[in-house]
Design a protein around this ligand. Structure first.
Ligand SMILES: Cc1ncc(COP(=O)(O)O)c(C=O)c1O
Length: 409
C-alpha cells in the first residue's frame, strides 16, 4: 500500500492521530489462494475462518459470502456470526469453555460443535435427552503429542484412552453420532503438519474405520510476509502451496479408493494466514528525545495496537516523512504511548525520524485489534481506502463513553 504524507495527514486530521487501514481485497485474495492450493489437490476442502484472530464484521461477512465456515469460540463470536446472517449450519463452535445455552442453541440449530472435554460431552448428553426424536452430530477435538510442543491443553487425549471412553459414551446414546475429528496446534512448521495429519488419519482409520464426514486440521499456517519478517521466525516459512502439498496430498491418498461422496470434507481453520497482511497501522511521531546513546521516538500508538501477545516480533514499518531536511541518521527506539517501560514497537531503527512524521506498520492483522485493551488510550478507528478515493469506516474511534458504559458512574 503506497500512501504519501499528504494523504495520511488528511486521514489523520479527519479520523485521529492513529488508525488501522484494512485491505479487504487482499483478504479475499488470500482466502482464495489458500483454499485453491488445497482444492487443487483435494477438492473437498473448506475454510473455517478463525473469528478470534480478527473479527472485523466486514471480514466475517466476506467469509460467509465466499462460502466459508465461521469458526467461533465464544457466545460473543457466535452472536456476531448469527447477527451477520451466517446460517447456523455454517458455524463451527470450538473452544474449551462453551456456555450451556450456546451449546443447546448450537445443537438445536445444527451448528457443528467440536467437543473439548468429557465434561462437555456430559452436558451435551443431558441436553439431547429431551429431544429423543431428533438426531445430533458432534465433532471431537483430539489431543495428542506432536514434536516441539511440551503439552497442548485442548481436546480429548488419544494417548491416555479418553478418546476411547468418549466414543463408547457416544455409542450408548441412540440419537448422537460423532461425525468428524478436529485438532489444532500453534506450531506453524511443515513437520508439525505432517505429524498432525498422520495422526488424524490414524485416528480416522483406527477409531472410525474411515467412516467420518470431516477431518478438521485447524489453523496455524504462516501468512504471506516480507523476507525481513520471515527472518525473525528463525525457521522456514512455508507457502500455502507447501502446506497444501503436505496436508491435502496425504488426505487425498488416504481416501483415493472412496467415491467422492464418501470422502470426508477437509476443513482448514486459517486466521493469521489470511488476515495478517491485510491490515496496517499508522501512528504519528509525538516527541523525540535523547536518552544515552538512543533517540527515543514516542508515537501515538502502542505495542498493544499491533503485537500485544508477542515480545519478540518487530513488525516491518516505513517512516512517512514530509521532507528529509537532515541527512544525519541516528539510532532510534520507537516507543509506545503507554507507561510500560517495555512498550517499544521497534527496538532499533537507524535512519531519520522527525516529530510529525508517520510510522506505517505492516502485517498487523492477526491478534491485534481483538487483543487491544482499553489501557491508557482507547482504541483507534479502522478504515478502508476505496478505489474511488473515498474512505469506508469499519470501526469508529473508541471514546471514553464506550469504555465506561458498563461501569456504574
Ligand atoms: C481451534 C483454532 N483454530 C484456528 C486458529 C487460528 O490459528 P492461526 O491464527 O494461527 O491460523 C486457532 C488459534 O488459536 C485455534 O485455536
Amino acid at each position: 500500500m503506497n500512501l504519501n504524507f499528504e494523504k495520511i495527514k488528511m486521514i489523520s486530521q479527519e479520523y485521529g492521530d492513529s488508525f488501522y487501514i484494512l485491505d479487504s481485497e487482499k483478504f479475499i485474495k488470500n482466502y482464495n489462494k489458500l483454499l485453491n492450493s488445497f482444492t487443487n489437490i483435494y477438492p473437498k476442502t473448506s475454510v473455517g475462518y478463525s473469528y478470534k484472530t480478527n473479527y472485523i464484521p466486514k471480514l466475517c461477512s466476506i467469509v460467509n459470502n465466499l462460502g466459508g465456515y465461521a469458526e467461533v469460540v465464544s457466545q460473543m463470536e457466535r452472536e456476531l456470526a448469527l447477527n451477520l446472517g451466517v446460517n447456523p449450519s455454517k458455524i463451527i463452535f470450538n473452544g474449551p469453555y462453551k456456555q450451556y445455552n450456546d451449546i443447546k442453541d448450537s445443537l438445536l440449530s445444527g451448528s457443528r460443535i467440536h467437543v473439548d472435554s468429557l465434561s462437555e460431552l456430559d452436558v451435551i448428553i443431558q441436553i439431547i435427552k429431551k429431544y429423543k426424536d431428533q438426531k445430533f452430530k458432534i465433532g471431537v477435538r483430539c489431543n495428542f503429542e506432536i514434536s516441539n510442543l511440551k503439552i497442548s491443553r485442548f481436546g480429548i487425549s488419544v494417548e491416555n484412552g479418553d478418546l476411547t471412553s468418549f466414543i463408547k459414551k457416544v455409542d450408548k446414546i441412540d440419537n448422537l453420532k460423532i461425525s468428524g475429528i478436529h485438532c489444532h496446534f500453534p506450531n506453524r512448521d511443515l513437520i508439525s503438519f505432517q505429524e498432525r495429519v498422520d495422526k488424524m488419519l490414524e485416528i480416522s482409520q483406527k477409531y472410525f474405520n474411515n467412516d467420518i464426514e470431516f477431518i478438521d486440521i485447524g489453523g496455524g499456517f504462516f501468512s504471506n510476509m516480507s523476507d525481513e519478517l520471515k527472518k525473525q521466525f528463525g525457521s522456514d516459512v512455508p507457502s500455502f502451496k507447501d502446506y497444501a502439498e503436505t496436508v491435502a496430498s496425504k488426505i487425498n491418498s488416504a481416501f483415493s479408493s472412496l467415491d467422492e461422496y464418501q470422502r470426508p470434507e477437509l476443513i482448514i481453520e486459517p486466521g493469521s494466514a489470511i488476515v495478517a497482511d491485510t491490515m496496517f497501522f499508522v501512528a504519528e511521531v509525538i516527541s523525540i528525545k535523547q536518552i544515552n546513546k538512543y533517540k527515543i521516538a514516542t508515537i501515538s500508538g502502542s505495542k498493544f495496537n499491533i503485537t500485544p501477545q508477542s515480545e519478540s516480533i518487530n513488525l516491518p514499518f516505513k517512516i512517512i516523512s514530509k521532507t528529509n531536511v537532515s541527512k544525519n541518521t541516528n539510532k532510534y527506539l520507537i516507543a509506545g504511548y503507554t507507561c510500560i517501560e517495555s512498550d517499544y514497537l521497534s527496538n532499533e531503527y537507524v535512519g531519520i525520524i522527525k516529530e510529525g512524521d508517520y510510522i506505517f506498520f505492516e502485517n498487523v492483522g492477526s491478534y491485534s485489534i481483538v487483543l487491544k485493551p482499553p489501557f491508557i488510550h482507547t482504541n483507534s478507528p479502522v478504515i478502508e481506502l476505496k478505489q474511488d478515493n473515498t474512505i469506508e469506516i469499519l470501526k469508529i474511534k473508541e471514546e471514553t463513553k464506550h469504555i465506561f458504559k458498563t461501569y456504574k458512574l
